[in-house]
Design a protein around this ligand. Structure first.
Ligand code: JFZ
Length: 432
C-alpha cells in the first residue's frame, strides 16, 4: 500500500512554490521546419522526410549560458527544457536510440551543457520528457495520423509491443536521472484517453525516479492531461501522483483546490506567441505587460507560471522573446518581493484597480489602473495598517485622511500624489 506523506510532500514543494516563475524551452528537430512542435503529426510528415532534419541540426548558436542568463534576468527561478518531445528526437546522448543529438552535426550531449549552465546561474534544473513517441516502432499509431487526440481508429499496430516501449521509456528516464546530477523538476507529457497511469508503467517509473532523485518535483501528466487534475486532487494519491497540476494556456479562474477544498500546488504554462516550438511566421506575441499581469494573477491565485521560449533551428531565442524577457526583468527587478514567496491574500477581495498578493503579513497591492485621487484599500482593517510603501523605490505613501473620506470612516485610502501618471503604468506595487 502506498503511503502518502504530506509533511514530506510540503517540504519538497517549498522552494518551488516560493519560486513562482520559471521558463519552459521547447527545442528540437521541429525547430527546423519551424511550424510548431506538432508539425510532424499535423502535416503527416513521413519518417523519411522528417529524419533528414538530423543532418541539419548543428546547434551553431546554442549557448545555454545565455539562455540561463536571460531566464535569470527575467526573474525566473527554474527552467524546463525538452530533453525529448513527441517526435522522439533526443537532445541527450541516450544509449537506447540512434535518434539523438550526438548523431547530428551538433555532435554532443546538449542536455549536459544545459544543466551545467543553469547551475552556474543558480537556477533549478528541469527536464521535460514526453510520454508519447512518434518515432519508436512500438508506440501505437492512430489511423493514418500519429495524432493521439483525434478519433481515428488504430492502424498498423499489430506488431507493436507496448511493453517494449515502456521499457524504453523507463531506460531513458533512468539515464536522465543518473547522468546529469541533481534534477529538480521532471515534466512528463502527457496522458490521454486510457493512456495514463499504469499504462506507462507509472509506479515502477516513479519509484525509480524517486529513488535516484529523492527531491525531484514531478508534474501530474503521468495520470492527467492538460485539463485533468490527477489523484492528489481526488485526495487519493497514487504512488505516481503528480506534485503539481499543470493547466495549459489558462489560469484557473479561482486557483485550484482538491476535492476536500485544500489549496493545491499548480503551475500554469503559457506560450509567448501561439506555439511552443519555434514558429518562424508566428509573430503574435503577448506584450510583456500582459505577461507580467498573468504572473501576478497566478500568484494571487496560489500558483506558479512557466513561460515558454522556442529557440530557432540554430538554438537562438527569437528576438521578440528576448525583448519580452528583458522587459519582464525590468519589472521583476523592482517588484520581485511581490512575487517570490507570495500567496493569495485570502481575506482581502480583489480590488477593481488590480490584484493583491501576500507574503506573511505584508500585502502587495498591484495597481493596474492609472487612477488619481484616493485609492481605497478595501478589506484591510484600517487600524492595523502600519505603513504603506511604494515597492519600486521604497518611498512612503501617505494614508490619506482628506475631508471627503469622512463618508467612509472604515476605509483606508492611500494618496498616490499629484502626478496624473502612475510611475509604472503596467503594475505599480504598494507594500502594505
Ligand atoms: C502538450 C504538448 O503536446 C505540447 O506540444 C506542449 O509540449 C505542451 C506544453 O504540452 O500539450 C498538450 C497536452 C495535453 C493536451 C493538450 C495539449 N490535452 O490533453 O488537451
Amino acid at each position: 500500500m502506498y503511503q502518502f506523506d504530506r509533511k514530506e510532500y510540503e517540504k519538497r514543494m517549498e522552494w518551488y512554490q516560493d519560486a513562482r516563475f520559471g521558463m519552459f524551452i521547447h527545442w528540437g528537430l521541429y525547430s527546423i521546419p519551424a511550424r510548431g512542435e506538432w508539425v510532424r503529426s499535423i502535416e503527416e510528415i513521413p519518417e523519411e522526410e522528417y529524419l533528414p532534419f538530423m543532418k541539419e541540426f548543428d546547434a551553431r548558436d546554442y549557448n545555454p549560458k545565455q539562455w540561463a542568463k536571460e531566464a535569470k534576468a527575467a526573474g525566473m527561478k527554474y527552467v524546463v527544457l525538452t530533453a525529448k518531445h513527441h517526435d522522439g528526437f533526443c537532445l541527450f546522448d541516450s544509449k537506447y536510440t540512434d535518434y539523438k543529438v550526438t548523431n547530428t552535426p551538433a555532435g554532443r550531449d546538449l542536455i549536459k551543457e544545459y544543466v551545467e549552465a543553469l547551475r552556474e546561474e543558480g537556477l533549478k534544473v528541469g527536464i521535460y520528457f514526453t510520454l508519447l513517441d512518434w518515432h519508436h516502432p512500438d508506440y501505437p499509431h492512430y489511423g493514418d495520423r500519429i495524432h493521439p487526440m483525434r478519433n481515428h481508429k488504430e492502424c498498423g499496430n499489430e506488431n507493436r509491443d507496448f511493453s517494449r516501449y515502456t521499457e524504453y521509456l523507463y531506460n531513458q528516464v533512468e539515464e536522465i536521472c543518473t547522468n546529469y546530477g541533481q534534477i529538480d523538476i521532471i515534466w512528463f507529457d502527457f496522458s490521454y484517453d486510457d493512456m495514463r497511469g499504469e499504462k506507462w508503467g507509472a509506479t515502477k517509473l516513479i519509484n525509480m525516479v524517486r529513488s535516484l532523485q529523492p527531491q525531484v518535483i514531478i508534474d501530474n501528466r503521468l495520470e492527467a492531461s492538460g485539463e485533468g487534475r490527477g489523484s492528489l486532487y481526488e485526495c487519493d494519491p497514487t504512488p505516481y501522483h503528480g506534485d503539481f497540476v499543470s493547466p495549459e494556456q489558462i489560469i484557473p479562474p479561482e486557483g485550484i483546490c482538491d476535492k476536500e477544498g485544500n489549496p493545491m500546488v499548480w503551475e500554469a504554462c503559457f506560450t509567448m506567441n501561439n506555439n511552443w516550438g519555434y514558429c518562424a511566421n508566428d509573430h503574435y506575441y503577448k506584450p510583456a505587460s500582459m505577461l507580467i499581469k498573468k504572473l501576478v494573477e497566478c500568484v494571487s491565485k496560489g500558483g506558479n507560471m512557466i513561460l515558454n521560449v522556442g529557440p530557432d533551428a540554430r538554438g537562438k531565442f527569437p528576438k521578440e522573446s528576448s525583448a519580452i524577457l528583458a522587459e519582464i526583468g525590468r519589472w521583476m527587478d523592482k517588484n520581485h518581493d511581490s512575487i517570490y514567496g507570495c500567496v493569495p491574500a485570502e481575506n482581502i477581495p480583489k480590488p477593481d484597480y488590480g490584484r493583491i498578493t501576500r507574503n506573511g503579513n505584508k500585502y502587495y497591492v498591484h495597481i493596474y489602473e492609472n487612477t488619481l485621487g484616493p485609492l481605497p484599500l478595501l478589506g484591510f482593517d484600517k487600524d492595523k495598517i502600519v505603513k504603506v510603501r511604494a515597492l519600486d523605490d521604497g518611498h512612503e505613501v501617505p494614508i490619506s485622511n482628506a475631508w471627503m473620506h469622512s463618508d467612509y470612516p472604515d476605509i483606508a485610502f492611500v494618496d498616490l500624489g499629484p502626478d496624473p501618471v502612475l510611475p509604472d503604468p503596467v503594475d505599480y506595487v504598494l507594500e502594505v
